[in-house]
Structure formats: C-alpha cells, structure tokens
Write a protein that binds this ligand. Structure first.
Ligand code: ADP
Length: 436
C-alpha cells in the first residue's frame, strides 16, 4: 500500500485516536473529503508498521468507549506517543457525534489525560455533525428536532444519553471546569473564538463544548483551533480541518487506492433497519443472496461449508450477498433459543469463517468486500488479519471504500465497513460501481 521508497512520516500532519472502529473509518472519510491521504490502523501500531505508512493523517482505531477509564487512558496515551514519534503535529481525539458515554465514562478522562500530556491550555469538544442532524446549541445537543435525551439515544444499551446538556454531562466526567462556546461568538469569527476560549481557560474552565448549528461554523473553528495541540470531537470538524492543514491528496485523486479486482462479496450481520432495506433492494434487483439463520448454523450440519460452496459456484461478474440479518421477530426467536450474546457470536463467527475461506480461495479470491454491522466488521477484520486500512473514496456519508493491509504492508483487497444504519438503500449495488 505504501510506495516502496516512502520517506516515512515526512508528511504526517494529524494523528487521530478514535474510541471505536467504524467511528475511525467515519472520520477517515471526512479527512479524505478535505484532501488528506489517510491510513487507519487496527489498534496501536508497532513502530515497524508505522514505518510502512505514508499519509497526511493516521487514525488509530481503539475500542475504548466502554472499558475502564484508566485502561482507556493508558491505551490513548500509548497511541498518542506513537503518533508523536512518527511526526504528528496535532492530535484529534474522535468519539461518537452523539457523545456516547456514561456519567463516569471515558470522553472526559481521556481528553484530560491527553491534554496534560500535550500541554494543552484548553480542550475544544466539537461533537456535532449537522449533515446527520446532530447539532449543539447553548451546550445542549439536538438530534434533528429532538433534544438528545428525547431521541432514541435515551435507550442506548451501553450509553443511554439521559441529559442533552453536554456541559453538565461532561462535568461529571472531568476534574477541571466545563463551559461552552456560544454560537454568537463563533459567528464573530476565529479571533473571537480564540479570545473566548483563552478567557475561559484563564478562569479555570478548561473543557469547552462548542456550539455548532451548521457546517459554516466548522470553518471558523478549524481556523481558531488549527494550532491547538489537542482537539476532540466527532467527524464533523475533520473536513474543514483537513482543508486548512493542507493535505496532499489532489481533487478527485484517482490514485488514492489501487485498481479493484477479484470476486465481489457482501456479508451482512447487522439487523438494523437500514441494512434490512439494503438487503431487500439487492435481492429485488436480482442479486444472488443466501440467508444464514443462527439457529440453523448452531445445529452444526455444515451450513457454513455449503454456503461457501454456493458462493463459489456463482458467477464472478456480480456481487454475492450472504446475510444473517433478520426481522425483529426472527432475531428475537434466535436469541430466545440461543441466548442474545451467543446468537450474535455464532453469526459473527460464521460470517468471519466465510470471509476467510472466500478471501483465501486461490482460484477466485474475494478482493472486494462489504461488511454491514459494527461488531460484524470487527470480527471479519480480525479473521482476515487486517492491520491497517487506507481510506479511499466516500460511498455515502461516513462510509468510504478502503484498501486493507496486513502486518507486512501487503494489500488484502478493498473493504467497505458499514455500521448498520449507514448508507442509502442501493448501497450494496452502487458501492461496486464507485470502485469501477
Ligand atoms: P449494527 O452496526 O447494526 O449494530 P452489529 O454487527 O454491530 O450491527 O451488531 C449486530 C449483532 O446482531 C451482531 O452480533 C449479529 O451477529 C447479531 N445478529 C444479526 N442478525 C441476527 C439474527 N438473525 N439473530 C440473532 N442475532 C443476530
């Protein structure tokens, strides 16, 4: 993936630490939009691996959202040191645009530890993503027209967001004082933002939640925060930041990924509403598809092997879809019989085994793969031995094509990892057209 004569880290501008996997790919896509060449690594990379990477921005994808705070801090600091060692001049801590965390969660503690390490006077928090309906006004988050705590995020299984006041929420997570950057100040321009943040920091309010109601606000904040050693937020600010930092990706740069080849495969393990629509759309257009019911897999009657044989017998001209996703009542029935976690794991294992077998097939290897589902993506990436992803063209907001790389820097083919509810209805067909 990296050019052989890479002058390593000569161009590394931005180092990103992301608290989960598909969130890392999301910000990667936004940085590419802003003209940067971007590589995402799976966990903290070794020095040997960093030495193979040639990019304007490196994103380290961690899985620290729901683990103990001290462990999250330790992993983030380790990642930060690696990024600095390889030349990163600025650090971005990426979390979810809905500020996913608990009152004793990890956003505040990780940001505080990074700020101490980097000597940051204040910490901007810019979670918003107006293009997906996430805005912040007077320190309160809205999901489209609803306050965060009145949106479905209230019932999130791991991070129920029961307060839309992010100042109050973050205050529970941090030692230093928390305040917000009002929209009225942002509308006065970058100098006003810088002066306001410096005054807050002088008064002991080091953690600053930024209002954002429209994309134009990002341009102002990118200018104001450009030289900050640490910025934290969602993916929204990334495009404006990349533009100002000046990446080395030309407009519509066709060389961003190598030419795609090999068999096309879609594996869906997400039962989210949008993925179900995408499956129906693919089948309605005549795409070859096979469903794996977790209860059938659990019987151990060779269903996985039979599915691999079925996929191999299909024409290589068009993509093949293998999915476990089901309607809510099907999922409930499988969970009742197998247990919630076990049913999920059985399906993830089956899809990972299929991914490995079809990728490994020497006569017609799969080299263009879409995976639907965050957890499912993590399982497939582990099965294929993916250690890094070069971020390529955007398919839909937050979902780019990527080129996967193993620990030696060799290409493993093209991958699109889609969190369940992302992408338009025709995602499974249109994605492959984009690669061509
Ligand atoms: P999303 O991004 O939509 O949350 P994930 O892959 O993260 O998707 O999570 C979906 C989980 O649901 C996975 O563990 C998957 O194996 C499980 N799952 C999907 N379909 C079924 C099903 N029919 N029965 C039981 N579990 C399922």
């Amino acid at each position: 993936m990296a050019p052989p004569d890479t002058d390593l880290d000569a161009g590394l501008i931005l180092g990103v630490i992301a608290d989960d996997f598909t969130g890392a790919t999301d910000i990667g896509s936004m940085l590419v939009r802003g003209g940067m060449r971007v590589v995402q690594t799976v966990g903290t990379p070794s020095s040997e691996m960093m030495a193979t990477i040639d990019a304007d921005a490196v994103i380290i994808a961690l899985k620290i959202r729901s683990i103990a705070a001290n462990e999250a801090i330790q992993q983030s600091l380790e990642s930060c040191r690696v990024l600095q060692e390889y030349g990163a001049q600025h650090i971005y801590f990426k979390y979810c645009s809905t500020f996913d965390s608990t009152p004793d969660g990890n956003i505040g503690p990780v940001a505080e530890a990074l700020a101490d390490h980097l000597g940051a006077a204040f910490i901007p928090y810019v979670p918003s993503l107006p293009e997906n309906g996430r805005t912040v006004f007077n320190g309160h988050m809205f999901i489209f027209d609803k306050l965060l705590n009145e949106s479905p995020m209230r019932n999130h299984p791991l991070n129920p967001m029961t307060d839309a006041n992010l100042v109050r929420w973050l205050d529970q997570q941090t030692k230093g004082g928390v305040d917000f950057l009002p929209l009225a100040v942002i509308e006065k321009g970058a100098a006003a933002v810088t002066a306001h943040c410096a005054a807050l920091a002088d008064g002991g309010q080091r953690h600053i939640i930024a209002d954002t109601v429209r994309d134009a606000n990002f341009a102002v904040m990118a200018e104001a925060f450009l030289e900050c050693p640490l910025i934290t937020g969602g993916s929204g600010l990334a495009t404006a930041l990349a533009r100002l930092h000046g990446g080395t990706l030309g407009p519509n740069d066709a060389r961003i990924l190598t030419a795609a080849k090999g068999r096309k495969l879609i594996l869906a393990g997400s039962a989210s509403a949008m993925t179900l629509i995408q499956i129906d759309d693919f089948i309605a257009k005549g795409g070859p598809a096979k469903r794996l019911e977790p209860r059938e897999i659990a019987k151990g009657t060779g269903l996985v092997k039979a599915t691999i044989d079925w996929a191999n017998a299909q024409s290589t001209d068009r993509p093949v879809l293998i999915y476990g996703s089901g309607a809510p009542e099907q999922v409930r029935a499988a969970q009742a019989e197998l247990g919630r976690e076990n049913a999920g794991k059985i399906l993830e294992q089956a899809l990972s085994d299929i991914a490995f077998a079809l990728h490994d097939d020497t006569s017609q290897p799969t080299r263009q793969l879409i995976v639907a589902g965050g957890e499912t993506s993590g399982a497939v990436v582990a099965a294929l031995g993916v250690k890094a992803l070069r971020i390529g063209p955007e398919i839909d907001p937050g979902v780019p094509w990527t080129e996967a790389q193993d620990e030696h820097g060799d290409s493993l083919g093209h991958l699109a990892l889609k969190s369940g509810n992302f992408g338009a209805a025709d995602f499974f067909t249109r994605s492959f057209d984009i690669l061509e």
